[in-house]
Ligand binder design. Sequence first.
Ligand SMILES: Cc1ncc(COP(=O)(O)O)c(C=O)c1O
Length: 382
Amino acid sequence: MNSDVKRNILLTPGPATTTDSVKRSQVVPDICPREAEFGVVMEHISSELTRLVADPDHYRAVLFGGSGTAAVESMISSVPGGEAMVIVNNGAYGRRMCEIAAVYGIDFLEFRSPFDEAIDLDELERCIRSSGRRISHLAVVHHETTTGLLNRVKEIGELCRRYHIDLMVDAISSFAAVPMDMKEMNISFLASSSNKNLQGMPGVSFVIAEKSKLENLKDRKPRSYYLNLYAQYRYFAEHAQMRFTPPVQTLYALKQAIRELKQEGTAKRYERYTASWKTLISGLNRLGLTYIVPEEHHAKLITSIREPDADFDFQSMHDFFYSKGIMIYPGKLEGLKTFRVANIGDITAKDIEVFLEWLEEYLHGVQANRRKVESRGNRSEE
Ligand SMILES: Cc1ncc(COP(=O)(O)O)c(C=O)c1O
């Protein structure tokens, strides 16, 4: 497709590279989002998003204007009642859920787990049993975007089933790539957003939940006004509108992005992402670079790579790539020097090959410069 919009390659964990057709779908006649016509658009988006992971007759995607954190915050602040919850923290996004729970004064236990290893389910069970409290909810990130670790949500769902705990999942960076079935995985509430594997524009986030679980929130005392999950669900059910001004153009883009996801198929999309990841990993191996999470626990969507040496300057590498229209991301791990490369969005293994060629050139350039400086230093000492 001919495009007058420059194509950048975003190797960032979202917003991701979008197709021209998604970009163009935002150019629509102005419309008041309270018109019935726009309600139909949102209704369609809500059921299609639900259909990706659950049966829309029994589950519902509640849409919000806001980034992914808005959906996570809505879920954490709206769902728990007076009993305690467990939050798994094995990366920055698990930690964020703890921070959100703390802000709302929710009674929670933090279950810390190593950032580069599978969650120890026996330990998690011990945490639940030894708490001495009734645990009503457990929250976990599906794909920890900090490292690329794919958490064992299905097994955690089984554990929750045994203890009658409702499972809440931050699936912001796994939704629409990693296959998921809420019922089978025993996920009661799931949060995600428009701009990662969905390949839409940023600005819409959503919580998917069983309708009966949403109805059960009816008598909860609201902790938040804007992010009140029940109120947002109820208002949409009654009026086919969001409670507050929706991001109109982002929703049109999301509608188009969903159409393209259905054309490609979620499984095929994950295959495309996985092919890009394999290309990335073989290139990293060739260049002598190492990454944090072992393959068996890797979601294959974003890779946290160790900086090659102590003198490595991420900003200079970032600027080098930026000048080529390629965007990479800094690390987010405390005490470990890493940078991140994602392989999601409208890109293919060919784009990753281009990235690797430039990476090789960049690293060789850095080494050559260092040798020059060292030999100058040696000469001046002679
Ligand atoms: C797992 C996870 N949770 C939450 C977020 C926060 O999303 P946002 O930055 O859109 O608020 C992100 C963003 O990368 C994420 O990867």
